[in-house]
Each structure stands twice: as structure tokens, then as C-alpha cells.
Design a protein around this ligand. Structure first.
Ligand SMILES: Cc1ncc(COP(=O)(O)O)c(C=O)c1O
Length: 389
């Protein structure tokens, strides 16, 4: 069980605002922010490189905690400046050639999809995008039908930014594994809200960001690169962190996932993200997921009781992301009204979800995203404000 009083006391933002924008950026708890500030202060006192040497334990904690969170080896974790960079580095390490195929799906994150479109336009990569089923989910049999001898990678988003339905990445990973095709999972919206066991989900790469459900600092992310299956993949660019310069004309790329890292990085952020993963591990991902799910069910029940309100997620179990529309109300106007009432939400814009189910016809919708530190009384207040608008 999560001790709500403690986690809220450690989250000062809870006193000021009703924060239902956790899928955008969650509120960081004290231990995370304290670890970031104390490293910055150490840098200020003794110098950046010297602080890095002194903080070896805190940096190592990042790898240990992420590995514990994902049930993988710490050598399979790389610190990245964002999930997008992690995703791009992983995909480009496949050394794709014109004519190679990539399979993705209609819920893919806009930033990833733009990169895929650019690969198709500039490098002759063939992009196959699976339409989502009427329930908003990727269909395993559709995926199987699309596979060909040219398929080099399957790239899927676990929970989309614009819609809270949870995709069955375990089933997708089984297909990819049995066909020997590289699977890259975007877990930005699921890491920190659902347990992710990478011994069960047999993907090759998985990326995530720090600032969302993990409650880490902004400007942080990570990449998981499975030792067993990705060792031969070299990142598109190297530096002194990712490789060693052995002789004037030769170099060796690192074996571990740190071959995807950069030498220069936000060390305070990396320490903070390690602390955030430690915080999640201490609470327990099963408890976190259960609480988020039950809050999301309350929210959906409340919204569905209002006239003219339509919730867009179609599946259970629910994630913490709930999107909805209110007849005759523009999403932006409702979001701004909520903001004036001290309630943070965001909108899922149709321009960022052009292939997602019905989004073109629904237009922009409101996205309320809950975390375990939210409460039932916050949900009640939220419902009242929506009702009165
Ligand atoms: C599903 C998904 N993937 C990727 C990203 C991008 O993450 P980052 O900003 O760390 O690159 C987001 C951010 O909203 C997201 O929701």
C-alpha cells in the first residue's frame, strides 16, 4: 500500500495545484529534487569534473535502480538526454538501407513518426503502418500479415501520448522474437506507471523519459539495449563515452549499452533520475499501478456520469491517461478554464495523432493524466468543474 500522506508531503506541488498532467510532466518528489540540487551545489563548490568523480556512487545508482525497475542488467541501460534521442539512436544503429521495411502502428508517438517519415523520404525505407483495430489496439495477426523478408524492425508505443489504451507489447515481442526481427518499444508513458519486466517482454530496445510517470527531472531519459540481441548494433555517432580510440586509425565500440551514451551529459539529472527510479522501486510498481488504475476508473465513472461528456479510451485495465471531449466545448477553452481553477491538464491535438483512431473526426481532446499521489477528492472537484463549464 502507498502511504498517501507521506508521498503527498514529499510532493510540495500537491499543496498548490491539482496536477492531472502527469503524462506531460509529473511532480518530482523532494528526494529527487534534493539529489539534483546537491550535485549542482557540489559542482559549484569543487568543479564539475571533480564533482563527477566524487559522485560515482550516485551515478552508479542510476544503472542499478533502472535495472531493478525493468528487471534487466545494469549493463543494458544507457542514460540519454530524452526518450526521443534514445529511440533515434537505437533505430539508426540498425544501419538501415533503402528497401528495408519498418513496421509501426497508428498510435505511434508523433516525434517518432516524423523520424520514420523522414527515413522513408530521404533513405528509401519502406514504412508499413498498422491501422489500429476498432478498439484502438494493435492487432497481432495484422502484424504477422505485414512481416516480410525485408522487415528490419518493428517499432511500437506501449501507451500513446494521445490515448491511454495499453498495447499488448508482450504479444508483439513474442512475434518479433520468433521472426528474429528487432523490436523497439517506446515506453515513455508506461515506465513508472506499470510494472515492466524485460525478462517477460522480450523486446530488443526500450526507451523511456525521466519527467513523466517516473517523476524524474526534465532533460533525462534512458535506453535499454538487450545484451543478447543488440550487441552488434553500433550507434550512429560515437564519442569518447561510447568507444575507445585504440590507435591512430582504430577504435573499439563499448559492449555495454553505454555505447549509446554521450560523454557530456546532465550528471545532476542522471543522478536525479536514478533517485526517481529508486523512489518508484521503494513504493513498488505493483502498488503504483494498482492505485493509478483505481483512480483512473473513478475518474472515468465520474466523467461518464456527466451529460455530453465522452471518454475516448476503449479498454480495460485503464492506464492513468484519460482523454475526453465535452459536446459544444473546445478542448483548448476547457483546458484554459481548468488552468484558471488551479487544475493542470493538457490537450491531445489531432495534428499530433493523425493516424490514431477517430482523432481526425474527434478533433483535439482533453487529456487528464493521473498519478498515485492524486486523490479521490481531487477527482470529485475536477468532475464538478467540468460539469459547471
Ligand atoms: C509516447 C511518447 N514517446 C516519446 C515521447 C518523447 O519523450 P522525450 O520528450 O523524452 O523525447 C513522449 C513525450 O510526450 C511520449 O508521450
Amino acid at each position: 500500500m502507498i502511504d498517501l500522506e507521506t508521498v503527498r508531503a514529499e510532493t510540495p506541488g500537491c499543496d498548490n495545484i491539482l496536477h492531472f498532467n502527469n503524462a506531460g510532466c509529473a511532480l518530482s518528489p523532494h528526494p529527487v529534487i534534493d539529489s539534483v540540487i546537491s550535485h549542482l551545489q557540489l559542482e559549484q563548490r569543487i568543479g564539475g569534473y571533480e564533482a563527477a568523480s566524487q559522485a560515482e556512487k550516485e551515478v552508479a545508482n542510476f544503472y542499478t535502480q533502472l535495472a531493478q525497475l525493468l528487471n534487466c542488467e545494469s549493463s543494458e541501460i544507457a542514460f540519454m538526454e530524452s526518450a526521443t534521442r534514445a529511440w533515434q539512436s537505437a533505430l539508426l544503429s540498425l544501419d538501415l538501407k533503402a528497401g528495408d521495411e519498418i513496421i509501426t502502428a497508428g498510435n505511434e508517438y508523433v516525434g517518432n513518426y516524423l523520424s520514420l517519415l523522414a527515413l522513408a523520404r530521404h533513405r528509401g525505407i519502406r514504412l508499413q503502418t498498422l491501422a489500429l483495430g476498432a478498439d484502438g489496439l494493435i492487432k497481432a495477426e495484422e502484424l504477422e500479415n505485414q512481416l516480410s523478408t525485408k522487415t528490419r524492425a518493428i517499432v511500437v508505443t506501449h501507451i500513446a501520448s494521445q490515448r491511454g489504451d495499453i498495447q499488448d507489447i508482450k504479444a508483439i515481442a513474442e512475434i518479433a522474437r520468433s521472426e528474429g526481427i528487432c523490436l523497439l518499444v517506446d515506453a515513455c508513458q508506461s515506465v513508472g506507471q506499470l510494472p515492466l519486466d524485460l525478462q517477460e517482454i522480450k523486446c530488443d530496445f526500450l526507451c523511456g523519459t525521466g519527467r513523466k510517470y517516473l517523476r524524474g527531472p526534465r532533460g533525462t531519459g534512458f535506453l535499454f539495449a538487450r545484451n543478447q540481441s543488440t550487441a552488434s548494433f553500433t550507434p550512429p555517432v560515437l564519442d569518447l563515452q561510447s568507444a575507445s580510440w585504440d590507435a591512430a586509425e582504430s577504435f573499439t565500440v563499448k559492449q555495454s549499452a553505454s555505447r549509446f551514451e554521450s560523454f557530456e551529459r546532465n550528471l545532476a539529472g542522471q543522478i536525479g533520475l536514478g533517485r526517481a527510479a529508486e523512489y518508484a522501486n521503494a513504493l513498488g510498481m505493483t502498488h503504483i499501478a494498482a492505485r493509478i488504475q483505481s483512480l483512473a476508473e473513478n475518474l472515468v465513472t465520474g466523467l461518464q456520469s456527466l451529460q455530453g461528456v465522452q471518454v475516448h479510451e476503449l479498454n480495460e485495465p485503464r492506464s492513468g491517461i484519460v482523454t475526453f471531449s465535452k459536446t459544444g466545448t473546445a478542448a483548448a477553452a476547457l483546458q484554459s478554464h481548468l488552468h484558471q481553477q488551479g487544475i493542470n491538464t493538457s490537450t491531445s491535438k489531432k495534428n499530433n495523432a493523425r493516424l490514431d483512431l477517430d482523432r481526425e473526426t474527434q478533433g483535439d481532446v482533453i487529456r487528464a493524466s493521473l498519478h498515485y499521489y492524486n486523490t479521490s477528492s481531487e477527482i470529485e472537484r475536477f468532475i464538478q468543474v467540468i460539469d459547471r463549464f
